[in-house]
Design a protein around this ligand. Sequence first.
Ligand code: HSE
Length: 351
Amino acid sequence: MIYNLAFIGFGTVGQGLAEILLDSEEELYEDYGFKFKVVAISDTLKGSVYHPNGIDLRKTLEMVRDGHSLNDYPEAATTGWDSLKTITESNADIIIEVSWTDLKTGEPALTHVKTALQAGKHVVLTNKGPIALAVNELEQLARENRVELRYEGTVLSGTPAINLGRYNLAGSKITMFQGIVNGTTNYILTEMEKGLSYEEALKQAQELGYAEADPTGDVEGWDAVGKVVILANVLMDQQITKDDVEREGITKITREDLKSALEQGKRWKLIASAKVNEDGSVTASVKPEMIPLDHPLASVSGSTNALTFHTKYVGQVTIVGPGAGKLPTGFALLTDILDIHRILQASSKHA
Ligand code: HSE
C-alpha cells in the first residue's frame, strides 16, 4: 500500500517525523510493506507546498533549516494553501496534525482534526488540545466517517503509554495510574537540583525542544493535566475535564527547596495521578510532591517520563522513557501511521 501524507504544521515534531521517514524509508517498505509520498506541508509561519505526485521531503527540510519559505518551493507545485484547504483539497489520505497546542480551546488543531475526519481522511496527532478536550466526539466522528484517529504521542511522546494501556493491558482493569508525564518540568527540576537557576533550566528545555510554544502550560502543570485527562478518558473509561484535576505547577519550588529535600533523603517531583474510586468517580491531580529517594519515580531524571498503571489482574506495570523531544515525538506519529497501515492491511485481507 502507498499512502499520501500531509503535514499540517512543520515545527520540531513534524520535522522529527520527516527525518525519521527519510532515514527509514527502505526498512519501512521491506519490514512492513509501508510506502509513502509526502504530498503536502502547510505551516502558518514556514509556508505551504502541495504536489499530488509528492514533494521532496529532504528539500523541504533544507529549505526550512535555511530559513526559506515553503511558498518558494520550486518545482511546479502549488504553494500557499492554508491548512484547511490542504486538508480538504489535497489528495492526502493521512493527515499529520502537528500545529501548536492550545489546551483551552484546542484550536486550530481541533478544527483541523474534525475537518480531516469529515473529509474521510485518517488523522494522527501528538497535539494534546483536541484529544484532552474532545476525544469522545472525535472518536465518534472517526467511526462515522470510517477512518482512523491515532494520538499515541499525546502522552509520554514515543514511549508507548496509550497503546500499552489500550492494547497490551486491554481487559486488565486499570484502576489507577501515577507518574511523571511532563518532560520540561522534570528537566527543570533535575537541572535546578544540579545548580542551574529556574530561568536557565527553562531556557535549556526550550532549546532542546521539550517545552510547548508557550511554556506556561508546562510549568503551571496544564500540560500534565491534559495528559491525565487523556489517560483517564481513554484508558479508564471516564469523562473528566481539566476542571476535575487538582493542579499545581513547579513555579514556587526554589533551589533551596530542592536542596533541603535532598538533605531529608527526598526529592521534589511533579506527580500526576488518577484513581477510580469505589463509587466510579475519579480523584485526579498534578502537583509537586516530595518523594523518598528510594521511590521508583525519584530516579527518573531530565526529560525522561515514567508511568505506573495499577491494574486488577496484572498488578503494577511501569514504563519509563522519553517524554518529549523531536525524534521521540516524531516517532510516536510513525507508530500511529504504522498502526493505521496494519489495520487497513488486515481489513483488505478480510474484505
Ligand atoms: N511540553 C511537553 C513536555 C512535550 O515537556 O512533556 C511533550 O508532551
